[in-house]
Design a protein around this ligand. Structure first.
Ligand SMILES: *Cc1c(COP(=O)(O)O)cnc(C)c1O
Length: 341
């Protein structure tokens, strides 16, 4: 099977497992796990932030951040395709009692012009606009990179309006490898960011949120409330540390493989790819002209040994990662091209 469903399907490498086995551990609820402490310091440093908090999943990272920033009844502005509204089981209104308000951005790239009209005035009938969430790279748009100057202008706007800015940076590593920036260049423009170790970086589990010291202390309390206080988790923090050390630069290979895949599949007359969106490790394909929906195409490819994802009825997704080679990616693309020429 060539598994292009997601970059979450990677398995820890033998070297990563060795790092896990040898990890020094302690009780992290007491903040006494030396490996977790090392990871948090490393991540905060990479993101140019004061502090970081290790959490089990990307969803918990985003939801902990939202709850730490907001009060019940507040409004949070997100792009309509964002993971926070699409793929987190409706968590924000349940966990934080907030209302999500959306705008739709071409290629998932937001702008002040799109966000500004959604910010509420001060009339007391209205909810309070407390937080804007960005996503980088933008998953549903096909792994597009939000440029620094875009974040910078949004930052200027939210700061003027007293609104917090969170970035869902599950794939910030991909964004930075793609455009040659440093994670800290994005980090210094936001109040908080979530980052993921179990996507392209290949760790088996784990995410982190970063922010100011006091904010992270508050987030620590929220994490505990959500059941995310973990004990001797140096054993998994070691995998994340290993991944940060060894698996960031190689994301360029995944990006090259995604382009390879897109080049082949775009020979199809019916499966449409906007190749300008293929900036990182995700290829989003529009199935409209094939006369089939994305789920049908997923089912058709499977018996041929190719696993893909239907993002929505019209969008088929292929994601490259550590556990697929260039040859496998080419072979999967050729198979798909034969199924929908
Ligand atoms: C995967 C992902 C997350 C985290 O989801 P988990 O299922 O908790 O790993 C958050 N944001 C984005 C954009 C993602 O792609």
């Amino acid at each position: 099977m060539i598994d292009l469903r997601s970059d979450t399907v990677t398995k820890p490498t033998p070297a990563m497992r060795t790092a896990m086995m040898n990890a020094e551990v302690g009780d992290d609820v007491y903040a006494e796990d030396p490996t977790v402490i090392r990871l948090q310091e490393r991540v905060a440093d990479m993101l140019g932030m004061e502090a970081a908090l290790f959490v089990p999943s990307g969803v918990m990272a985003n939801q902990t951040a939202i709850k730490t920033h907001t009060l019940p009844g507040d409004e949070v502005i997100v792009e309509s395709g964002a993971h926070i509204i699409q793929y987190e089981t409706g968590a924000a209104p349940v966990i934080s009692g907030v209302q999500l308000r959306t705008f739709t951005a071409p290629r998932g790239i937001p702008s002040v012009d799109l966000i500004a009209p959604l910010v509420r005035g001060t009339n007391y009938h209205l909810p309070v606009t407390r937080l804007v969430c960005l996503e980088n790279t933008h998953n549903k748009a096909g792994g597009t990179v939000v440029p620094l100057d875009v974040v910078s202008s949004i930052r200027q706007f939210t700061k003027e309006r007293g609104i917090a800015l969170h970035m869902d940076g599950a794939r910030i590593w991909n964004a930075c490898v793609a455009n040659g920036t440093k994670p800290a260049e994005y980090g210094r423009l936001v109040d908080s960011m979530s980052v993921c170790f179990s996507k392209g970086l290949g760790a088996p589990i784990g995410s982190a949120i970063v922010g100011k010291k006091e904010w992270v202390l508050k987030a620590r309390r929220v994490r505990k409330m959500l059941g995310g206080g973990m004990r001797q988790v140096g054993i998994i923090a070691a995998a994340a540390l290993y991944a940060l050390e060894h698996h960031v630069d190689r994301l360029a290979e995944d990006h090259a493989n995604a382009k390879l895949f897109a080049d082949i599949v775009s020979r199809s007359d019916t499966l449409t790819i906007d190749r300008s969106t293929v900036e990182t490790n995700i290829v989003a394909m529009d199935v409209l002209k094939t006369g089939k929906d994305a789920a049908e195409l997923v089912a058709m490819a499977k018996p041929h040994g190719v696993l893909l994802t239907d993002m929505d009825p019209r969008t088929l997704r292929a994601t490259t990662h550590l556990d697929v080679t260039a040859d496998q990616v080419v072979s999967a693309a050729q198979t798909l091209l034969e199924l929908v020429p």
